[in-house]
Design a protein around this ligand. Structure first.
Ligand SMILES: NC(=O)c1ccc[n+]([C@@H]2O[C@H](COP(=O)([O-])OP(=O)(O)OC[C@H]3O[C@@H](n4cnc5c(N)ncnc54)[C@H](OP(=O)(O)O)[C@@H]3O)[C@@H](O)[C@H]2O)c1
Length: 253
């Protein structure tokens, strides 16, 4: 019996980077996986990969900033699988980097609407479904930028600090309802988000690396174990907390 046999896991942003690696890991452990994101070609490729390895998955095209899309996503999950046991609210954007006074309203709206409002919209639906089922586990992707300040990333950092607040308060709201809500805080992980940032600002590569005591970037697969563990029964006394995975980033002032 695999760890998540008979369970259904939703992964937002499951078509790329950390989300893709986690969707594949959930499927390896027996879960049926729903991948939600905007780019269908990438989403369908992950579904194919899961099915080729005898797993079960679907892709539902979703923009988490759209309340209608989010409503349709959860309708789709229940129509197809009839249940939702775990949710990994991982979809997020970095937005263009710049010092705060040079940041634009467009960046504020993009980053806050995705990283905070989008996660909040998903949380509402997940919690309603889990209340009906009698429980579940949710993990949000925050960041080490949600723990300390990050030059050039004030809006992103504010969104991830906010996401940790959302995680703690949501966890407190449903702590007696068998719904656990936690977060992971990755440090710099080699994904398209990070790579695109380096294309935009090549000097950032060395600057980021200098903040990581282990002296390297992480891989998406180095985040998945914590997400799956937080969803598992082994984490049954964990709620409202976060696990930081960043090669030592943020451990020294
Ligand atoms: N890489 C890092 O160094 C790092 C560090 C700390 C935290 N994080 C966080 O990790 C999460 C995943 O990022 P990643 O590094 O794996 O980068 P990534 O490969 O660029 O993944 C971002 C994912 O979010 C999805 N997404 C973005 N906006 C969306 C929207 N409006 N609706 C639905 N899906 C949306 C993207 O899919 P579509 O574009 O197809 O919609 C994509 O799957 C993010 O929350 C990010 O903030 C990353």
């Amino acid at each position: 019996m695999k760890r998540f046999e008979d369970k259904v896991a939703l992964v937002t942003g499951g078509n790329s980077g950390i989300g893709r690696a986690t969707a594949l890991a959930f499927a390896r452990e027996g879960a049926r996986v729903v991948i939600a994101a905007r780019r269908g070609d990438l989403g369908q490729a992950v579904v194919r990969e899961i099915k080729e390895n005898s797993g079960d998955a679907i892709f539902i095209k979703t923009d988490i900033t759209s309340p209608l899309d989010v409503e349709n996503l959860f309708k789709g999950v229940i129509d197809h699988y009839g249940q939702l046991d775990y949710a990994f609210n991982n979809a997020g954007v970095g937005g263009p980097m710049n010092r705060l006074a040079k940041q634009t309203m467009e960046t504020w709206d993009l980053v806050i609407n995705t990283n905070l409002r989008g996660v909040w919209l998903c949380l509402k639906q997940e919690i309603q479904q889990m209340l009906k089922q009698g429980g579940g586990a949710i993990v949000n992707t925050a960041s080490t930028a949600g723990i300390s300040g990050s030059p050039g990333s004030a809006i992103y950092s504010a969104s991830k600090h906010g996401l940790l607040g959302l995680t703690k308060s949501a966890a407190a709201d449903y702590a007696t309802k068998n719904i656990r809500i936690n977060a992971v805080c990755p440090g710099p992980i080699m994904t398209p988000m990070l790579e695109e940032g380096f294309i935009e600002r090549p000097a950032m590569r060395e600057a980021y690396l200098a903040t990581v005591p282990m002296g390297r970037f992480g891989e998406p697969e180095e985040i998945t174990g914590a997400v799956l563990w937080l969803c598992s029964d082994e984490a049954s006394f964990m709620t409202g907390y976060s696990i930081t995975i960043g090669g030592g980033q943020t451990i020294t002032p």
